[in-house]
Ligand binder design. Structure first.
Ligand code: ARG
Length: 461
């Protein structure tokens, strides 16, 4: 076949159906720049090994530069007959360097070690873009947290009122999760920084090429120590897909809350017009589509991960063509996040909080019952009994349709002699919040310390 990378032992070309099935240029072309960078590095080690002379190296690098420029400008594109990015670029190289010189570049490398390397290069670059997008989202949360320091809201478990918390504390809980995702990407990069180039088809090369020189040239920390592992493993891709899915899930959890908070019933937030949408039929509608798309795309990101894992499961060593299916999931994962993160961070940065409503609801629903119990503990009452007594106060208040602070001193005294009028010191949102001042608590002082630590870790991320 014209321009194919193989064919010597075949009598005829592939069936059209096979060629169509086999083709990957429609998704691997985005690796073209990395393929050319790999080719430059490979040319240099061929030269170092005495397999290209000085003039040949210069000619090769010149032709690769010309090809690179044409790929970038769009003047060179994969042809219908090209199977993949590697074959297409070899055709382009030969067009520019001639068959004699251009045909020398393939010595000592295989598409198997090439593709494994290029995917890592691509993902390492995009991990940085994704990390920057996550950090921008964390910044939005931090800005909102700083702006609203001191504002109380109902803290929930089981979506029911539980205990008052600071809005900043709640927002920073999301920030910590996202910060860990950024830290995960940085940690992942250590494992991604190993280059499979030089692994050949699976067994390494006999030509005296230096894999570590190629690795260094391409920005890796080292070359792979096992050529079979280098060509057959995709755990680094799967780990990337996992982190991407986790980021998706973390964004989805924030989004679900924003969707709830924006309802009439909650009325905790107003979305900025620039980050909400209308309805084609209902003129009054203002919809949280950014948050809903974030929630929806989390499903897609989980699908990218599970699809890739399913592809890997059961593959014998070393390279199998199934591995061509490794790229679309990770490309989709990174494309999805790169699209999503700016929208989510913009939505969060422009949220307007209805702080009055949040504050007034903070202590409601008997959210201070734990404070009564813990106050009793500080008076020496065993927690088991304190829990019962506070529960009795809730029962009484509920039967009257009032809140805990509406009960009289006599009501409290009637429940237990331990419940003196001093209990009122904790029957306010402020008292409740202030008392939770240990590290990690929701007291303003603890949240300020938390902010300082978070910012320290952000600066290091
Ligand atoms: N296009 C293939 C992939 O994406 C790389 C080529 C390896 N093909 C082969 N027949 N060994 O994985």
């Amino acid at each position: 076949v014209q321009g194919a990378l193989w064919g010597g032992r075949f009598a005829g070309g592939p069936a059209d159906a096979l060629a169509a099935l086999s083709k990957s240029t429609h998704f691997d072309w985005r690796l073209a720049g990395y393929d050319i960078a790999g080719s430059r590095a490979h040319a240099r080690v061929l030269h170092k090994a005495g397999l290209l002379d000085d003039a040949e190296l210069a000619g090769m690098l010149g032709a690769l530069d010309a090809l690179d420029a044409d790929v970038r400008s769009g003047a060179y594109l994969p042809a219908e007959s090209d199977e993949d990015v590697h074959g297409s670029l070899e055709r382009g190289l030969i067009e520019r360097a001639g068959a004699q010189l251009g045909g020398k570049l393939r010595a000592g490398r295989s598409r198997n070690d090439q593709i494994a390397t290029l995917g890592r290069m691509y993902l390492r670059d995009h991990a940085r873009i994704v990390a920057a997008g996550v950090l921008a989202t964390v910044d939005s949360l931090v800005e909102q947290a700083e702006k609203h320091l001191g504002v109380a809201m109902p803290g929930r478990t089981h979506l029911q009122h539980a205990q008052p918390v600071l809005l900043s504390h709640h927002l920073l809980a999301h920030a910590w999760a996202l910060l860990r995702d950024v830290q995960r990407l940085a940690d992942w990069d250590k494992r991604a920084a190993v280059s499979p180039y030089g692994s050949g088809a699976l067994a390494g090369s006999s030509l005296g090429l230096d894999p570590n020189a190629v690795a260094a040239d391409l920005g890796f920390d080292s070359a792979a120590w096992n050529s079979i592992d280098g060509t057959a493993s995709r755990d680094v891709y799967a780990e990337y897909a996992w982190v991407a899915a986790m980021i998706g899930v973390d964004l989805s959890r924030i989004s679900e809350e924003i969707i709830l908070w924006a309802t009439k019933e909650f009325s905790f937030v107003t979305l900025d017009d620039a980050f909400s949408t209308g309805s084609s039929i209902m003129p009054q509608k203002k919809n949280p589509d950014v948050a809903e798309l974030a929630r929806g795309k989390a499903g897609r990101l989980i699908g990218d991960l599970t699809g890739l894992l399913a592809t890997l499961k059961g593959l014998p060593l070393a390279y199998n063509r199934d591995l061509q299916e490794d790229k679309e999931p990770v490309f989709d994962a990174t494309d999805t996040l790169e699209l999503l993160l700016p929208a989510v961070s913009g939505m969060i940065a422009t949220l307007v909080f209805n702080t009055e409503r949040m504050e007034s609801l903070a202590p409601q629903g008997f959210a201070l019952a734990t404070d009564i119990a813990e106050w009793l503990v500080r008076q020496g009452v065993p927690f088991r009994e304190a829990h019962e007594l506070s529960g009795a106060a809730v029962k009484l208040a509920e039967s009257r349709g009032v809140e805990l602070w509406d009960l009289t001193d006599e009501d409290y005294a009637g429940i237990s002699a331990h419940l003196t009028p001093e209990v009122r010191s904790v029957l306010s949102t402020e008292g409740s919040l202030d008392s939770r001042s240990a590290q990690g608590g929701t007291a303003r002082s603890a949240v300020e310390a938390q902010l300082a630590e978070l910012k320290k870790q952000l600066a290091a991320a």
